[in-house]
Design a protein around this ligand. Structure first.
Ligand SMILES: Cc1cc2nc3c(=O)[nH]c(=O)nc-3n(C[C@H](O)[C@H](O)[C@H](O)COP(=O)(O)OP(=O)(O)OC[C@H]3O[C@@H](n4cnc5c(N)ncnc54)[C@H](O)[C@@H]3O)c2cc1C
Length: 413
């Protein structure tokens, strides 16, 4: 074991870890940033379809979910106002950004690599020591010091440690849940974890046949008693195995959580007054009417599902047929049989409750000297840059705490 005692070691160099390192390093704190992969920021590289949706342009608390206190979540989120985060990215890191019609903010270049490069340049300006291929496999507290064991067998020592190893989603990007196991071993609670922002599966082949079709829908998630748990109106995509698109991803956690929701229902052309259309006298087939609002393939599938013949004239539609058709169009049940799981999930829900940290500093209340940030915490956002925003905000909070509580040598200060 080396005799050197590092003032700060950060385990995990993703969005949160890099931000913590930049803010601590800029204040003169010597930071050692460990990353299991050869180069950091793998998840940032693949994010936003390779474009990186860095931030949302506006944010409310309703864009986030936690199983803990909303006040605690608000407290942390508001610690770095969104307008200041935008300024940091555009001015301090020098990434020109644009807002798209969806409200998402991307680099003007549309290249996630530019975001990683800007963060790496920020680390370098902050004199952070970055070590790639340094996977931590164990973390123990030995008196006032942490002992950090690397996969190579080497053991490092540190007075303060930051855990920023992410969740379980997309393990090929380096996050494998190992840092949760370390926190647990040190005494933290890890609330049940499950895939979120993930495509959903169905066994119903009629939906598989529509693969590639996308449209704007309203999804309604219902509990067993019929109570609506969430509604989301956004783009929706049929896949070869089920459902995807922002609307599905945003409600997906309800079907992956430990007690899943019962019903996912779609309104295919929200806003259309079908009842009025079907009761207005017309001399044409009902399906022709429906095809004016919905893609032909979907319209025909819905007729097949509810047993209304394609040739049925509007004037001949029976009351019973109209009822079945209305249900199919406005509250169509999509039989969800599972999800694509961590392989493709954008985030992992659950994790460490905020209640186990000091909200001001994000220092553990369980293990003094330990800090936790990013996806490891039990706060997750919807699609739209909200998860990176959480990672940036919590990473900065930790970095500022490290800066404020470090005893710097006169030359470092
Ligand atoms: C495909 C995809 C697209 C996404 N797109 C967006 C988007 O456009 N906008 C958005 O807001 N969010 C997006 N997300 C979510 C976002 O990427 C995460 O919320 C965010 O990266 C979490 O940051 P983090 O720093 O907490 O964890 P991570 O980014 O996962 O970083 C954790 C880092 O720790 C390292 N690590 C883990 N364990 C160890 C260990 N034991 N030792 C050393 N190092 C370790 C990992 O290799 C990794 O580099 C996307 C996610 C995915 C999977």
């Amino acid at each position: 074991m080396s005799h050197v005692i590092h003032p700060v070691v950060i385990i995990g160099s993703g969005a949160a870890g890099m931000m913590a390192a930049i803010f601590a390093g800029n204040a003169g704190v010597p930071v050692l940033l460990l990353e299991s992969r050869r180069v950091p920021g793998a998840k940032i590289r693949v994010s936003g379809g390779g474009r990186c949706n860095i931030l949302p342009s506006i944010m409310t608390l309703a864009d986030y979910h936690t199983s803990g206190s909303l006040n605690a979540m608000r407290n942390v989120l508001m610690s770095w106002p969104l307008e200041e985060v935008k300024r940091f990215f555009s001015s301090d890191l020098g990434i020109p950004m644009k807002v798209e019609s969806t409200g998402k903010m991307f680099p003007v270049s549309d290249r996630s690599k530019d975001v990683v490069d800007a963060l790496l340049a920020g680390l370098s300006r902050a004199h952070v020591t970055l070590r790639g291929e340094a996977r931590v496999i164990d973390l123990v507290r030995d008196g006032d010091i942490f002992a950090i064991t690397l996969e190579s067998g080497e053991t490092l020592r540190a007075t303060r440690v930051v855990l920023s190893g992410g969740g379980l989603s997309m393990p090929r990007t380096g996050s494998d849940g190992g840092t949760w196991a370390m926190a647990k071993k040190l005494g933290h609670t890890v609330l049940p974890t499950y895939a979120a922002l993930v495509p959903l599966l169905t066994d119903d082949r009629r939906w598989h046949d529509l693969a590639g079709l996308s449209l704007n829908v309203e999804l309604d998630v219902r509990a067993s008693g019929g109570k609506s748990l969430a509604k989301r109106r956004e783009d929706f995509l049929f896949t070869h195995t089920g459902f995807s698109g922002p609307s599905t991803l945003d409600v997906s956690r309800h079907f992956t959580q430990p007690v899943p929701a019962e019903v996912l229902a779609a309104s295919w052309a929200p806003g259309v007054d079908w009842e009025r259309l079907f009761t207005t006298p017309q001399k044409r087939a009902v399906v022709t009417l429906v095809r004016e609002y919905l893609p032909r393939r979907l319209a025909d599938t819905l007729f097949e599902r509810c047993g209304v013949p394609l040739e049925r004239m509007a004037s001949d539609l029976s009351r019973e047929e109209r009822k079945r058709l209305l249900t199919e169009l406005t509250s169509c049940p999509l039989a969800v049989t599972g999800s694509e799981g961590y392989r493709t999930a954008e985030v992992t829900a659950g994790g460490i409750p905020l209640e186990e940290l000091s909200l001001k500093t994000l220092e553990s209340r369980v293990v003094p000297g330990l800090f936790i940030c990013g996806e490891m915490l039990d706060v997750k956002g919807r699609i739209g840059g909200f998860n990176f925003l959480w990672a940036w905000v919590t990473g900065r909070r930790v970095g500022l705490t490290l800066a404020a509580t470090s005893v710097l040598s006169p030359s470092a200060a």
